[in-house]
Design a protein around this ligand. Structure first.
Ligand SMILES: Nc1ncnc2c1ncn2[C@@H]1O[C@H](COP(=O)(O)OP(=O)(O)OP(=O)(O)O)[C@@H](O)[C@H]1O
Length: 347
């Protein structure tokens, strides 16, 4: 969908922001651009909709060279979300969302109806639509930014650190929302972030840049974590690279057994067989039951916190299906790691 072919960007002051970039961003997927500050992520993103023009090389969107298209038209066909949401302060939320449809000549009624529909899609109430941007929280403003970018249903979305300015809890919620929306909409998304965890969570592919606008590696999150191309990538991914890899593997294939009885600690269930807590003679400790869709990393974490080393496993309704031991989780964690590390090694 988006193709960079030998793209260079040198600013008039002599700074090379992007160096000989060849990269394909697949249709319907999320490509995350990461790297340290000043490595050319934003410049790369902004060349897609011609907010920055390349010095040389070709960028194609949907097979068409962006330089051969009218810049304003191109921009209207590409959604753009930035960190500070970029909303117009003197327009209501609903009118902000309706901006591009109005520019496209949809007519006020149709544009507003579309905006109202999108408010709901991004989890905001109709009442929020009547407010002005400053009357919303930072997280809500970011949701409006996403709704505005989606308004004309563009096939491509460019997102430049869209969740960089909100606290970690809201950030996780916004990431979840984006993943949910993406399942429905399958947009081609280019997403810039500094945060490796965010990249691993959201990316179908991750492109890592280093200073001077050099692309070092572009791969799926699992490939990248298991087989970083060089020390720069390994350092960038951090010392917990192995643990991050476990966040990509689910508990589904890990066996479970009936909860043990008669030991020091007992798993207490309610009438619906939902785990409540671990109980000993004169102590109670919390339990965090896990579903098959939870990650091996969450399981490892819970097995360390559990007084018995057992993780309680539940079905979709939260009822106990069995337990898994710390040893079993360790063994599967090791296997998951070696599978990812050796997969493709023979290619
Ligand atoms: N308009 C400009 N004129 C001159 N130099 C620029 C311009 N825009 C960006 N640069 C330089 O180009 C390089 C890449 O900038 P860019 O904003 O693309 O990096 P980035 O990876 O997005 O950084 P950050 O993560 O800090 O946002 C930097 O050295 C920056 O100072």
């Amino acid at each position: 969908m988006i193709q960079f072919d030998a793209v260079h960007k040198r600013f008039p002051n002599g700074t090379t922001a992007v160096h000989d970039l060849s990269l394909e961003m697949p249709e319907g997927g999320v490509t995350v651009l990461v790297g340290s500050s000043g490595c050319g992520k934003t410049t790369t993103l902004r060349m897609v909709n011609r907010m920055v023009e390349p010095t040389s090389g070709t960028i194609r969107v949907g097979g068409r060279d962006v330089l051969e298209q009218d810049a304003a038209e191109l921009r209207r066909a590409i959604g753009y979300v930035i960190q500070q949401s970029g909303l117009f302060p003197h327009r209501t939320v609903l009118d902000n969302i309706a901006t591009v449809p109005l520019l496209l000549g949809w007519g006020r009624r149709k544009a507003r109806a579309r905006a109202a529909e999108l408010l709901e899609t991004v989890g905001l109430t109709a009442e929020a639509g009547k407010r002005y941007p400053h009357q919303l929280s930072g997280g809500q403003q970011q949701r409006v930014g996403v709704a505005r970018a989606l308004a004309a249903d563009p096939p491509v979305l460019l997102m430049d650190e869209p969740f960089g300015a909100v606290d970690p809890v809201v950030r996780t919620q916004l990431q979840d929302e984006l993943l949910r929306l993406q399942k429905e909409l399958s947009k081609t998304i280019v997403f810039v972030t500094h945060d490796v965890d965010e990249a691993v969570r959201l990316g179908d592919r991750i492109a890592i840049f280093r200073t001077g606008g050099h692309l070092v590696q572009c791969a799926t999150p699992a490939e990248l974590l298991a087989r970083p191309a060089d020390d720069f990538v390994a350092d960038f991914l951090g010392a917990e690279r192995g643990l991050k890899l476990l966040s990509l593997t689910t508990l589904a294939g890990v066996p479970q057994a009936p909860a043990p009885e008669g030991g020091t600690w007992e798993l207490v269930l309610d009438d619906a067989r939902k785990p409540q807590h671990w109980r000993a003679q004169d102590a109670e400790l919390p339990v965090r039951p896990l579903k098959d869709t939870d990650s091996l990393l969450a399981a490892l974490n819970e097995s360390i916190a559990s007084p018995t080393g057992f993780v309680a496993r539940v079905d979709a309704d939260g009822a106990l299906t069995g337990v898994t031991s710390r040893e079993e989780i360790h063994e599967h964690a090791g296997e998951a790691h070696s599978t990812h590390s050796t997969a493709g090694a023979a290619i």
